[in-house]
Design a protein around this ligand. Structure first.
Ligand SMILES: CC(C)(COP(=O)(O)OP(=O)(O)OC[C@H]1O[C@@H](n2cnc3c(N)ncnc32)[C@H](O)[C@@H]1OP(=O)(O)O)[C@@H](O)C(=O)NCCC(=O)NCCS
Length: 174
């Protein structure tokens, strides 16, 4: 196992907006905790936990993630200061060089290109932190997510079980 060098804040992707007036991706911070709790509650209401379960979607977790200080990276997509999307790169804390990516959007804003915006923001962050690849795990029934990942260049390993494991290699030319 390789230990990734500890990243600095300057290395991370800065605010990214899909349009001038549209939602923006920012690193998660304490100021987002209440809005993140509401977002987690909406994910639960829309049964999104079936495909998105990186941790329990509770108020306690929203506080823990918002106040987290470590090598992993969490971000939110904000619209009018309200969290409408959430993303992460995890594994650095545990010493892995290749981070695992995860994203979720409010049910009401899916299909507008915001998933792609969050993915690009996380890829930019991973690259700036020196990752050569990112990996992700996706349920083989989660077709919107699989389509999104394939369109961004992810290559999936032969399936064993319900989940697919995909990699995006930043060193490969598109
Ligand atoms: C997966 C998810 C983030 C996609 O977000 P999204 O906003 O719908 O995605 P976008 O609008 O950015 O779409 C990007 C691409 O995804 C694919 N896509 C999105 N919705 C799709 C759908 N309903 N069916 C098939 N493909 C779809 C398309 O390739 C699309 O590209 P296109 O617009 O050029 O055709 C969103 O559906 C979600 O939050 N799902 C619940 C949580 C989850 O499953 N997370 C992933 C866990 S691995």
């Amino acid at each position: 196992m390789c230990r990734a060098s500890r990243p600095t804040l300057e290395d991370d992707a800065q605010v990214t907006a899909p349009t001038k007036a549209g939602p923006a991706c920012v690193a998660l911070g304490p100021e987002h905790a209440p809005s993140l709790a509401r977002f987690f509650a909406r994910l639960q209401q829309s049964n999104s936990e079936e495909f998105f379960h990186p941790h329990p979607l509770t108020t306690e977790e929203s506080i823990a993630r918002s106040y987290y200080k470590g090598s992993d990276f969490y971000c939110v997509l904000l619209e009018n200061s309200e969290v409408i999307g959430y993303g992460m790169l995890r594994g650095w804390d545990e010493g892995y060089a290749i981070p695992s990516l995860g994203i979720a959007l409010d049910h009401s804003v899916r299909g507008r290109g915001y998933g792609r915006v969050l993915m690009n923001f996380l890829h930019e962050t991973a690259r700036k932190r020196g990752a050569a690849k990112v990996r992700l795990k996706v349920d083989s029934r989660n077709h919107p997510a699989i389509e999104l990942y394939r369109s961004l260049g992810y290559v999936f390993e032969p399936q064993s079980g319900q989940d697919l494991v995909g990699f995006l290699d930043f060193t490969q030319k598109p």
